[in-house]
Write a protein that binds this ligand. Structure first.
Ligand code: DAH
Length: 357
């Protein structure tokens, strides 16, 4: 037994890797291992012999097992040491200058808009992109026969012929989030809702999916003057200039009364879009005082509260700010375009750190 002890403890101490250690385990204490066979021979011994040999063999087996365990862990430590020596990284090196990926201009502008309105006290709300037609239309004072339904080029979801429930739509604007927010939060209320919207339309300035930000402020003393001030502050902050020229045009939306569309002065010369100069105007948003019926649909008392609302095209203002002449390019996933117009991933827009620099 002493021979076995000496032999295995030495072999184990000399084992140089995990697999030779495993071979040794099988050879010593495996099913047919030398020590296991000895234990099996206990049955053939006299009771006196067994009384001596039994505990001694058990002790030997335990000793071999713990030597195996200890060697295994010291081999693992040594292997780790080895890896740490060969695989190392100098964390003080400067980061790579070549770009791996970039932030899409829409994501960038989305964050810029949130940063500006957050500073004006607006929270961010969300709603579903597949919307019931009550939220998308009726609650916004666009009843079934209203021409605005046809004008919106709505995508309807499929319903089986014998299903007479009204179909859902891909929301045509972010305005339904006005209703959802009023229901959820009541008045007073100040929110913006950035999101995707859908219309069947396709040309240089229209794509079937695009992005809007809805704005809504409801309180007991809100007027058109508050709307105008907010929008002017927003536009100046967004374009990072002291003044831009806005044109408020009387307009009509079913959900606001009165309503105004807002255009911004720009030029398109040489196919390049520039803001703040030239003789063209680009429409960037629709706005107005929330219609009493809309407040009521959102569960708010129009006798007591008023509100202003606006719907702004994110893609439009991204084109203007970053001089992107064709809206469709936003969604082509052309790597050369993305590298040219994209933003560094770690430059999060903020009013203090700077919006786009
Ligand atoms: N929902 C309108 C659209 O998509 C935009 C809009 C106009 C939103 C006026 C408003 C608003 O909140 O007051 O064309």
């Amino acid at each position: 037994m002493d021979d076995l002890r000496v032999k295995y403890l030495k072999l184990i101490a000399d084992a140089s890797d995990e697999s030779s250690l495993e071979d040794l385990r099988v050879q010593a204490v495996g099913k047919k291992g030398e020590i296991s066979l000895q234990m099996r021979s206990l049955g053939k011994m006299t009771p006196e012999e067994r009384q001596l040999a039994g505990p001694a063999l058990n002790t030997l087996k335990d000793e071999v097992n713990s030597a195996l365990l200890a060697r295994r862990s010291s081999l693992a430590d040594a292997a780790l040491e080895e890896r740490l020596k060969s695989e190392w990284l100098d964390v003080t090196l400067p980061s790579r200058t070549e770009r791996q990926g970039s932030i899409h201009p829409i994501s960038q502008v989305w964050e810029e808009v949130i940063a500006i309105f957050a500073d004006l006290g607006f929270g961010v709300a969300e709603g579903p992109q597949i919307e019931s037609d009550w939220y998308n239309f009726d609650a916004l004072n666009i009843p079934g026969h209203h021409p605005a339904r046809a004008e919106m080029d709505t995508f309807y979801t499929y319903r089986a012929e014998d299903d007479d429930r009204p179909p859902h739509v891909l929301r045509t604007h972010t305005s339904p989030v006005q209703i959802r927010s009023m229901e959820k939060m009541g008045a007073p209320l100040r929110i913006i809702c950035p999101g995707r919207v859908y219309r069947a339309d396709y040309d240089q300035t229209h794509t079937p999916m695009f992005h809007q930000v809805e704005g809504l402020a409801v309180d007991t003393d809100i007027s058109m003057a508050n709307l105008k001030w907010c929008l002017e502050e927003f536009v100046k902050a967004f374009f990072e200039v002291d003044s831009v020229e806005l044109r408020f045009r009387a307009s009509h939306f079913p959900f606001t009364e009165p309503s105004a569309e807002v255009d911004i002065r720009c030029s398109w010369s040489g196919g390049q879009l520039k803001v703040g100069e030239g003789n063209d105007w680009m429409e960037i948003l629709g706005s107005g005082m929330v219609h009493p019926k809309v407040l009521k649909a959102g569960g708010i008392d129009p006798q007591k509260y008023q509100g202003f609302a606006f719907g702004l095209g994110i893609d439009r203002i991204a084109m203007l700010k970053y001089g992107i002449p064709d809206l469709r390019a936003f969604f082509d996933s052309d790597l050369r375009w993305l590298r040219h117009y994209g933003f560094l991933a770690l430059d999060k827009p903020g009013l203090i750190s700077g919006l786009s620099s």
